[in-house]
Structures are given as C-alpha cells and as structure tokens.
Design a protein. Structure first.
Length: 235
C-alpha cells in the first residue's frame, strides 16, 4: 500500500503556496484536535493530529520543504525505474521461455544435432543476460545523474555555488555541441544571404574579428600538425 505524502496529509496540492499550507494546517488542527473529539474518537484523533503536526513542521519550513520535495522526487524516480526493470525482467524471462519451448520442440528428432542446439541455446541466453545487464546499467546511470542534478539544485537553492565534475559524458556533450554549431555556421556560410551577413558582421566588429582569427589560427594549426604527422608516417 502506498504511503501518503505530507501534502496528502495536509490535504493540499504539491504546488500549494505557503499561505495555503498554513491555512490547511489550521483547519485540520481545529478539526482533529483531541480536546474537541468524543472519548471514542480521541485516540484516532491524537494519531491524526501527530501526523498533521509532523507534516506541517516540514512543509511549513521553506528549507525543509525543498529537501522533502527533492527526496520525494527521488523516491518516485526510483519507483519508476524499478517498474521499468521489472518489465524488462519479465520480457527477458518471456523470451527465455519462448526460446526454451522452441528448443524443446526438437526433442526426440533424429536429424537434429543436440549438442548444436544446446550451444545455440546457451549463446542466446548469454545474449539476453548481457542485454539485461546493459539495461540495468543504463537505468542506474540515469538514476545517478538525476539524483546528482537534484542534489546540486537543492544546494543552489540554499545559496551554495556548485561546480560540476568533468566527466566523459560532459566532455562528449561539449564537443557534440561545438560540432553542431560548426556545422550550422558552415551551412550558413554557403548560403548567399547569410554569407554576406556573416562577412559584414566579421568585418564591422573588431572584437569578433579578433576572436574568429584566433580560433581559425588554432584550428588551422591543429589540422596542419595532424597533416604533417600523417604525411611523416608515410615518408
């Protein structure tokens, strides 16, 4: 059974303002206050009031609420990934069962190489196992990235300056972005209207001209060095 969120305890939406949360708390506190209940309902009202107070203690505090929202989002993401993993596991098991049924259909046939079939079955099962491991790793990597981003966003909300770690994925994304920009600029360069505009922009802006000249010189130097290295190998 799913556990109620603190927002559900206070009977408000997750986008509710601080004023709405405070008003909802006061209404519920009055409604479930033990002193206003009959003797038969006093115990359940005390338990309900305890949960209401605990919920308001967190949601009524801006910092605590942000941390709770982060953990709630993380919990939901983990649950979603678990469901995806379970669906993938069921898919793999179904494929394995179908393959086993297919292989067993040849039992007793004189013209079938039993050893060959067994080897084929083992290869197929190994393939399914690798696919499942790859899928699990992808989901785990995605979960780690989303958790890291949520944590950094939370620290930023508290006023901290956060520096991202340099990872292979970020370096790859950086060069992909640079490559896409280079392709776009190259395409614009060969279109007459945009070509004339780019030339005019380059010639009229001394700062841009300096930056472009430096970049061109660096790129030219790199390609020249690579070319000299390659030609030197064949001399």
């Amino acid at each position: 059974m799913r556990k109620n969120t603190l927002y559900e305890v206070l009977e408000v939406s997750e986008n509710a303002s601080a004023e709405v949360i405070e008003k909802a708390y006061k209404v519920l506190a009055k409604k479930y206050h033990p002193d206003l209940q009959s003797e038969a309902n006093k115990k359940s009202a005390e338990n309900k009031m305890k949960k209401i107070n605990e919920a308001y203690e967190i949601l009524g505090n801006e910092v605590k609420r942000k941390e709770y929202d982060r953990s709630l989002a993380q919990e939901r993401e983990e649950e979603r990934l678990k469901q995806e993993l379970e669906q993938e596991r069921q898919r793999v098991e179904k494929e394995q069962a179908n393959q086993a049924s297919y292989m067993n259909g040849y039992n007793g046939a004189d013209n079938i190489d039993a050893d060959g079939l067994q080897e084929q079955r083992l290869k197929y099962e190994e393939k399914l196992r690798k696919e499942e491991m790859q899928q699990r790793q992808k989901m785990q990597d995605k979960l780690n990235r989303e958790y890291e981003n949520a944590y950094y966003n939370y620290l930023r909300s508290l006023g901290y300056k956060v520096k991202h770690k340099i990872t292979k994925e970020r370096v790859r994304d950086f060069f992909i972005t640079i490559g896409i920009m280079a392709l776009i600029i190259t395409a614009l360069w060969f279109i007459p209207p945009t070509h004339n505009w780019l030339v005019s922009l380059y010639e009229d802006n001394s700062i841009l001209k300096t930056i472009v000249d430096i970049i061109v010189a660096i790129v030219t130097g790199i390609f020249k060095g690579i070319w000299e290295f390659i030609t030197g190998l064949f001399k």
